[in-house]
Design a protein around this ligand. Structure first.
Ligand SMILES: Nc1nc2c(ncn2[C@@H]2O[C@H](COP(=O)(O)OP(=O)(O)OP(=O)(O)O)[C@@H](O)[C@H]2O)c(=O)[nH]1
Ligand SMILES: [Mg+2]
Length: 367
């Protein structure tokens, strides 16, 4: 599976509207009342990549397969959700597996749209949500500590993990997020995180939901206060208008681009989210280009050929022999594998080769 993005925020800030727009679907209920969403909405979206179409022009494959992202839209969180306020916080379990959180914050005035706190205030709103994430982690950790305490007799490792868990509990009780925990590099913390998938340890991108005028301006006072906060945490703020994004749903790609340009915006919300997520998580794509399909594969930057091969199939890593690599530019310039090979641009790389963005790869393996 590709990347997972969980959408969170206060109720009625435009999460489902944005989800529908991003996923070009209209299946998530988006209405002007808090707690419109109860059950989570999930959708898979293709990562736009013009290079795939360029490769396909040369290879003429049966199929083009983009990388994919899964978006999950969940119920709105309120102050006190961990104590059962609003719809509670159980639905947060749906985004524990997500790699990144897209946090929607209302940055538009509209007296017809209810704000659960009574007024628009991005900084207060995001502090409410971030505190609730800490509480959710806290209760998960308490349960884990209870379990570990019962396993102490049989296992030395349980004792070591329990030690770290208790330190982390103290940290969370001070309402500090997991991401600022001092022992985050320890092996036992990583064990815990792998199992519990702490929400307050995830990468986060803020989505500032603005009105059309502010979209054209690129900002407003709410966005500025949000940016100031985000800067301290090294987080990106994406400015979008969920309403406008919604209007893009029915349009072809170039029509959508023109429409956005007319409004003074460059990239769609989806493009911005993908760019920001890829950069935050240090991701990139490589390609395979065969007759059956031309396809993009998403990997972490800096990984070596066998690990990159494993995203296609574990056997490719296990039985890795060599990778045939043509850089994207060469593939285009020499019009495909044959031409690139004749020009001496096909490289045979071994297991220490660090895969580069847009490499066109073919793996030789034997299991
Ligand atoms: N004016 C304006 N209204 C918006 C915008 N985005 C969303 N809305 C409206 O705000 C209301 C709530 O939108 P939803 O997308 O349902 O909000 P939500 O965050 O999913 O809400 P819950 O599911 O209740 O948590 C709807 O009536 C939307 O039409 C926007 O950019 N501008
Ligand atoms: Mg909703």
């Amino acid at each position: 599976m590709g990347l997972g993005v969980g959408i969170i925020g206060l109720p009625n800030v435009g999460k489902s509207t944005c989800f529908n727009a991003l996923t070009k679907a209209q299946n998530a209920q988006a209405q002007n009342y808090p707690f419109c969403t109860i059950e989570p909405n999930k959708a898979i979206v293709q990562v736009p990549d013009f290079r795939l179409a360029e490769l396909a022009k040369i290879v003429n494959p049966d199929k083009i397969q983009n990388s994919v992202i899964e978006f999950i839209d969940i119920a709105g969180l309120v102050r006190g959700a961990s104590k059962g306020e609003g719809l509670g916080n159980k639905f947060l379990s749906n985004i524990r597996e997500s790699e990144i959180i897209f946090h929607m914050i209302r940055c538009f005035d509209d007296e017809n749209i209810t704000h659960v706190e009574g007024a628009v205030d991005p900084k207060r709103d995001l502090e409410i949500i971030e505190t609730e994430l800490i509480y959710a982690d806290l209760s998960q950790l308490e349960k884990k500590i209870e379990k570990l305490s019962k396993q102490l007799k049989g296992s030395k490792e349980a004792g070591l993990i329990l030690g770290i868990a208790k330190d982390l509990l103290k940290h969370l009780e001070e309402l500090k997020p997991v991401r600022s925990f001092e022992q985050k590099d320890s092996e036992y913390f990583l064990e815990l995180d792998k199992e519990l998938r702490f929400l307050s340890n995830k990468e986060m991108i803020y989505g500032a939901n603005v009105d059309e005028e502010s979209l054209a301006e690129g900002s407003n006072d709410y966005v500025e206060s949000l940016k100031e906060y985000a800067k301290k945490l090294d987080r990106e703020v994406i400015v979008l208008c969920a309403k406008v994004e919604e209007e893009l749903i029915g349009l072809e790609d170039d029509e959508a681009k023109d429409f956005l340009n007319e409004l003074g915006a460059e990239d769609s919300g989806l493009e911005q989210i993908i760019k920001a997520s890829f950069s935050k998580l240090g991701l990139m794509s490589y390609f395979t280009a065969g007759k059956i399909e031309v396809r993009a594969w998403t990997i972490k930057k800096g990984i070596k050929a066998p690990k990159a091969a494993a995203v296609i199939h574990n056997d490719f890593e296990k039985g890795f022999i060599k990778a045939e690599v043509i850089s994207y530019d060469d593939f285009i310039t020499y019009e495909g594998e044959h031409g690139a090979k004749t020009a001496g641009k096909l490289r045979l790389e071994g297991k220490d080769y660090v895969v580069q963005d847009a490499d066109v790869m073919h793996f030789r393996f034997n299991v």
